[in-house]
Design a protein around this ligand. Structure first.
Ligand code: FES
Length: 105
């Protein structure tokens, strides 16, 4: 599982998703509730960037139709999305946020 640097920890504002591209994969990095999560940036319902949505209760909301995805599991909490979005392992090393997109969990 190869971890690559996504961004600096100090660049992340609480509850403000940051979109990055890692090995060609769009990823939304989110700092919330004292943790950092990485979730695939494209909604499973349509081609919408999740990083443009709001974060609340460890979920990120798709702004288009309102499905929220759990940042820990990628599972949608309600319709219209029915399929989960991939989430990726995160490691923090100093100020570096490292994400592995090679193995989805
Ligand atoms: S595009 Fe995300 S819920 Fe429809």
């Amino acid at each position: 599982m190869a971890f690559v640097r996504a961004c600096g920890l100090s660049e992340l504002e609480e509850d403000t998703p940051k979109r990055v591209e890692l090995d060609g994969t769009p990823v939304s990095v989110v700092r919330t509730e004292g943790e950092v999560f990485a979730i695939h940036d494209i909604c499973s319902h349509a081609n919408v960037s999740l990083s443009e949505g709001e974060v609340e209760d460890c979920q990120i909301e798709c702004w288009l139709h309102g499905s929220s995805f759990d940042l820990r599991t990628g599972k949608p909490s309600g319709l219209p999305a029915t399929r989960p979005v991939p989430v990726y392992p995160v490691k923090i090393e100093g100020d570096d946020v490292l994400v592995s997109v090679t193995q989805e969990s």
